[in-house]
Write a protein that binds this ligand. Structure first.
Ligand SMILES: Cc1cc2nc3c(=O)[nH]c(=O)nc-3n(C[C@H](O)[C@H](O)[C@H](O)COP(=O)(O)OP(=O)(O)OC[C@H]3O[C@@H](n4cnc5c(N)ncnc54)[C@H](O)[C@@H]3O)c2cc1C
Length: 429
């Protein structure tokens, strides 16, 4: 099937993947695109990327994603839509002296992956000890006990909410229509039963309105299984806690320009945001699930997710004491949980839904917590799927995991296993 430029396309979710796809399709000349979004604003507060900033790096143990991330970084550097939101401050990838052998090994693999790739020639700085790290990040006042790793200067961070706002604006200019809030929250997909399967013909929103579409693309992040229940065996909604420290403008200025830093056995943090002077910091861990009847789903309201577990607070303070001890005991503000759609091996799922006919229903999902950096290119992959009529890349196909495989308990690039929120005490601060 080929999709004519004037046929109606429905995109469910105005987060990272949905906005990128709407923008790409509109840029290719599609004139009948509607995006449905459950929040009453874009950037959506339900998006995993509703945040001050996200790391833009191309370290991957799997070279396939290194290449995709390099394509994306070139766009972050040069595309006028994305470039204003990118800060190429470098990516400092380190472990502390207390890191487990598993985490140390992961760091070595990341280092080896970029060291062996000529795209990074001239960008890598070995940082074998605290003295070397202080040289590349003189803003760090802490002792950095046992810290070791490397700096990759072909990396940095993007102001993620600002970037989503910009892409939203560009979509509107290209004629993409948006329905937000109850008018945009999809209650159910609509199907027509045919011989050989069922055809998706659009969606009904919470306010009862029906949107007819030739092709419907579900880009609902951690909420995808609410819209496409058949995907549940492949996806688990997982979240991490995000916290901030409010600095004064002069404190913020003093810390300006340090590389975005991942301390693999504790967490990651960014230079203070230039507009708000907030320093964002996240405990990395293995993430948290919210299990309900054997399926992990995000909280349905924003208010439920406005906290982080006590463990996050403990680890955040531990990290700050090592790197920026003068602010280690400051209040942690704007705490919230941030959701992603995890697959068993961190591969995305960009495919048509089996059992639906005429390529009428596709999913863009399985971001697995590493999807924001791909925003400038993910729409290209969605457009390829629509034009080719099938997913040629095996790794991004819809998968039918065997029941006996169970859910993975530990993804290699994460420091610890995933645990359920129900077993985590909440912070009282
Ligand atoms: C703490 C944390 C840190 C992260 N750090 C990084 C990083 O440093 N670098 C990086 O590359 N990535 C990072 N990510 C991952 C990144 O945020 C995600 O990969 C990315 O946002 C996934 O995009 P998405 O479009 O699939 O989902 P989202 O961006 O979450 O968007 C999904 C959208 O669908 C909407 N929606 C859901 N259900 C419905 C419905 N029924 N009807 C209508 N709309 C609906 C939601 O409101 C939302 O707007 C991080 C994620 C977290 C949680």
């Amino acid at each position: 099937m080929s999709l004519a430029k004037d046929e109606p396309v429905l995109i469910i979710g105005a987060g990272t993947f949905g906005l990128s796809t709407a923008h790409k399709l509109a840029s290719l000349g599609h004139t009948n695109i509607t995006v449905l979004e459950k929040d009453d604003q874009v950037p959506s507060r339900f998006s995993g990327a509703f945040d001050l900033n996200k790391i833009i790096r191309s370290e991957y143990i799997d070279p396939f994603y290194t290449e995709v991330a390099l394509q994306a970084i070139r766009q972050w550097q040069t595309n006028p839509l994305y470039q204003p939101h990118f800060r190429q401050v470098g990516f400092l990838n380190v472990v502390t002296g207390e890191a487990s052998p598993v985490v140390q090994n992961a760091l070595h693999k990341y280092n080896a992956s970029v060291a062996a790739n000529s795209a990074f020639d001239g960008y890598l700085v070995p940082c074998p000890d605290a003295a070397a790290i202080h040289k590349v990040a003189p803003q760090f006042t802490g002792d950095l006990p046992g810290w070791t790793g490397y700096l990759n200067r072909l990396a940095g961070y993007a102001q993620s909410s600002n970037a989503m706002q910009a892409v939203y604006g560009a979509c509107v200019q290209l004629g993409v229509k948006f329905a937000l809030g109850k008018a945009g929250e999809v209650d159910e997909l609509l199907y027509e039963t045919l011989t050989g399967g069922k055809k998706c013909i659009g969606a009904r929103t919470k306010d009862g309105k029906v949107y007819q579409a030739r092709t419907t693309i579900v880009a609902a992040g951690g909420y995808v299984a609410n819209v496409v229940p058949a995907i549940a065996p492949q996806i688990s909604a997982v979240c991490w806690g995000v916290s901030h420290i409010q600095l004064t403008p002069s404190e913020s200025e003093q810390l300006r320009g340090f590389p975005v830093t991942t301390v693999r056995d504790i967490g990651f943090f960014f230079e203070p945001d230039p507009a708000t002077h907030k320093l964002k910091i996240c405990y990395m861990g293995g993430g948290y699930t919210n299990q309900k009847n054997g399926l992990s789903v995000p909280y349905s309201t924003l208010a439920e997710g406005e906290y982080v577990p006590e463990e996050d607070i403990r680890q955040t303070r531990r990290l700050l004491k090592q790197v920026l001890p003068h602010i280690a005991d400051r209040p942690l503000i704007d705490k919230h949980l941030c959701w992603v759609a995890d697959t068993g091996n961190s591969d995305f799922i960009i495919d048509f839904v089996p059992g639906t006919t005429d390529n009428s229903l596709a999913v863009l999902s399985g971001d697995s917590g590493h999807g924001f950096k791909m925003m400038p290119v993910i729409g290209n992959f969605a457009a390829d799927l629509l034009s080719k009529g099938q997913q040629e890349l095996h790794r991004w196909r819809w998968r039918e995991p065997k029941v006996e495989e169970g859910r993975p308990k530990h993804i290699a690039w994460r420091a610890t296993a995933t645990v359920d929120l129900s077993s985590m005490p909440r912070s009282k601060l």
